[in-house]
Ligand binder design. Structure first.
Ligand SMILES: N[C@@H](CCC(=O)N[C@@H](CS)C(=O)NCC(=O)O)C(=O)O
Length: 212
């Protein structure tokens, strides 16, 4: 696969997931920085690429795509790197389940509810007890699903690539760090993931200067 362009930001969880898939599939790509929160500075026509105004967006030989899972599956099928997909129906279903848990619960609660809230520049307030409880529940559910040594016992899959960026940011917040230490399997899994070249090549700016 040649001539791939990804539009996104180095601070963005979903951009990093797409980049992890590209890195693990050993596909070269060009990253065009799009700060989605600076609407005045979006590249011309960006909202034609992503009408819902999010990142990432993707283009390969004129084929445009958005939604990170669609991008991931396209790259995997286009490169034949099907090792990132479990072989059995239960394995694939479990992987998809974890991806959707990340999209619908882990990302909003752990990233926006905890990380953004606790590290925002205006000064962090104490987190609501309900947020901490919700974060604890997300971690408990994920640890229950963890099979080891990767999230799924068959090996590295999209489930790992979806969760690792979220837990990485979460762990940059003091409450995130404290909560994660209650879940040793997830914590050591994260350390192993972070040692992978794909994770090292796509670090968030904040990882170089963690808060707290
Ligand atoms: N369902 C989308 C989610 C993408 C997403 O939420 N991206 C975030 C950045 S990590 C974003 O663009 N946020 C901007 C906004 O919500 O205004 C996907 O899978 O690509």
């Amino acid at each position: 696969m040649n001539n791939i362009t990804l539009y996104g930001a180095t601070y963005s969880v979903f951009t990093r997931i797409a980049r992890l898939v590209l890195e693990e599939a050993e596909v070269g790509y060009r990253l065009i920085e799009v700060d989605i929160f600076d609407r005045e500075a979006l590249p011309p026509g960006y909202l034609d690429r992503h009408p819902f105004g999010k990142i990432p967006a993707f283009e390969h030989e004129g084929f445009r795509l958005f939604e990170t899972d669609a991008i991931a599956r396209y790259v995997i099928e286009g490169t034949g790197r099907t090792g990132l997909l479990p072989e059995t129906p239960p394995g694939r279903a479990r992987m998809t389940q974890i991806q959707r848990i990340v999209d619908n619960y882990a990302y909003p609660i752990l990233v926006w509810g905890v990380y953004v809230e606790e590290t925002r520049a205006e000064g962090a307030g104490a987190l609501a007890a309900e947020t901490v409880e919700q974060a604890h529940k997300v971690l408990a559910v994920l640890e229950e699903l963890w099979e080891g040594p990767f999230l799924l016992r068959g090996g590295l899959s999209l489930a790992d690539l979806w969760l690792a960026p979220v837990l990485t940011l979460f762990r940059c917040a003091p409450t995130g760090r404290a909560l994660l230490s209650e879940f040793p399997e997830l914590e050591s899994w994260l350390q192993r993931l972070q040692a992978r070249p794909s994770m090292r090549a796509t670090r968030f700016p904040t990882e170089l200067a963690p808060a707290g």
